[in-house]
Design a protein around this ligand. Structure first.
Ligand code: F0G
Length: 463
């Protein structure tokens, strides 16, 4: 398109140039078949050297910027009261002005501390969709984790622009049914990772906040992908298109009473997290637990240098150029799969593309894990490592029974600022090749599993 002297172009380029590189090791299909067999057909048990394109997770796997690496040199490792802590706290509060910021080594440590403080037998936490560690940390205390995403959020083909939204009527019904005294907090996960990386609208977050205020319930954000969620709000929600992402993030924070955070996602770190809240008494309890398991309250489980890198990451992730590239490059992969007729969760999420393995492999019963079957095949054929998000991850119930999960997905999570478009073009080719052989793929059975979070360590055998 020609606009006066200004040309605009369609190609979304990576808004960075490569500063330092790491090698990728090529392997052959027979080698990979042996590696995955040795790994008990569990992608988590592979050596990452044996993986070509690693889309297992977007957590802590991104590239840091030169300014982040420079900030690492500025890290001060004082045990208490380090200036690196002040820099980190200011950067967090600039976006999330909660009164108390409690650093942790990663997101699940923040969850463990929060739920230890507020949960226990008989309690219920509502969320749009709990992430696996969130659910597990709640259930570990004896409490119940209930998912209340809108019905469209459970339908991989629905095109609702905010499929991560909470079902507000269901939330209010749950509060009335269980009683406010049994609900220590309500949570919203932005973006809704287990439901396809789908965003939550500002209107919905306002709605959850209003219900929580009405019943005097604490409202917590699981905010790992807050910047991606804010970008979707800016792009898709009426009346939000002229706001800055920072402005939207601050409004989202103002609607909540606290947050848990994995800084391995949008804060662009390789490690880190935090817990935040306004409640003074809860903060005292949580800091005491922090000292027990993570460290002193001015570093949590982190080194001063990590705190500094995260502070810089928080300024970089809100860049509109970065977020435009991030969301559009993820959609580039998703759209290519859709065009080839591969069923994926739509619209395409922020940090990942989720292939609907149950739809692609209808001949494999959910209790024979179609997602696992597809993920193993992507590795065998192309060295691409994705992650099953389905019955392997969610099928085992606290009472020991097993049920099919709501969906059987394979997530191809895109590490931030790490792979180029040619890597993604290769991934597309591998997916197309595997989809062509879909009718020949077979299911798996689990021969060994852990009591909780079984997907990390299970051993499988082909059926
Ligand atoms: N909440 C959400 C929504 C997450 O996606 C994660 C991690 C956590 C909490 C826990 O954070 O890993 O720092 O302890 N998700 C990663 C993933 C592991 O692959 O989606 P953590």
């Amino acid at each position: 398109m020609y606009r006066g002297y200004k040309m605009t172009f369609r190609t979304i380029i990576e808004p960075f140039k490569i500063h330092s590189v790491a090698p990728l090791r090529m392997t052959t299909q027979p080698e990979r078949e042996e590696h995955i067999k040795q790994a008990g057909y569990n992608l988590f048990s592979l050596r990452s050297d044996d993986v070509l394109i690693d889309l297992l997770t977007d957590s802590g796997t991104g590239a840091m910027s030169r300014n982040q690496w420079a900030a690492i040199q500025h890290g001060d490792e004082s045990y208490a009261g380090s200036p690196s802590w002040e820099i980190f706290k200011d950067a967090v509060q600039n976006l999330f002005p909660f009164k108390h910021i409690i650093p942790t080594h990663q997101g699940r440590a923040a969850e463990k501390i929060l739920f230890t403080a507020i949960c226990g037998a008989g309690k219920v936490i509502a969320n749009n969709t709990h992430f696996d560690t969130t659910r597990a940390n709640i259930e570990y205390t004896g409490a119940e984790a209930i998912d209340l995403v809108i019905p469209e959020g459970r339908d991989p083909a629905s095109r609702h622009p905010f499929k991560g939204n909470m079902d507000l009527a269901a939330l209010e019904a749950l509060i009335n049914e269980r009683g406010v005294e049994n609900i220590p907090a309500v949570m919203i996960t932005i973006t809704n990772n287990s439901g396809g990386g789908q965003p939550v609208s500002l209107e919905n977050i306002r709605g959850v906040s209003a219900i929580c205020k009405k019943y005097n319930l604490p409202f917590f954000l699981d905010a790992c992908r807050f910047a991606e969620n804010a970008w979707f709000i800016r792009e898709r929600e009426a009346g939000q298109g002229d706001r800055t992402v920072v402005d939207i993030i601050r409004e989202v924070a103002s609607l909540a009473d606290g947050m848990t955070m994995s800084a391995k996602k949008d804060p662009l770190g390789n490690i880190g997290g935090w817990l935040a809240m306004n409640d003074d008494d809860l903060a005292v309890t949580c800091r005491n637990l922090l000292i027990l398991t993570e460290g002193f309250p001015t570093y949590g489980g982190l080194a001063g240098r990590d705190l500094e890198a995260l502070a810089v990451g928080l300024t970089e992730v809100v860049s509109h150029d970065y977020l435009k590239y991030r969301i559009e490059s993820t959609a580039y992969l998703g759209k290519a799969l859709v065009t080839a007729g591969i069923p994926v969760v739509q619209p395409i999420g922020g940090h990942a593309v989720y292939i609907d393995a149950r739809a692609l492999l209808p001949h494999i019963h959910p209790l024979q894990y179609p997602g696992q079957s597809l993920a193993v095949e992507l590795y065998k054929v192309g060295g691409v490592r994705g992650c099953e998000i389905g019955t392997v991850m969610f099928g085992r119930k606290p009472d020991g029974s097993e049920e099919p999960a709501t969906m059987d997905l394979v997530r191809l999570a895109i590490p931030r600022r790490t792979y180029t478009q040619s890597h993604i073009d290769y991934v597309i080719e591998v997916c197309l090749a595997v989809a062509q052989t879909a009718p020949q793929l077979h299911g798996y059975r689990i021969t060994k599993e852990a009591a909780a979070l079984r997907h990390f360590t299970s051993v499988f055998s082909p059926i």
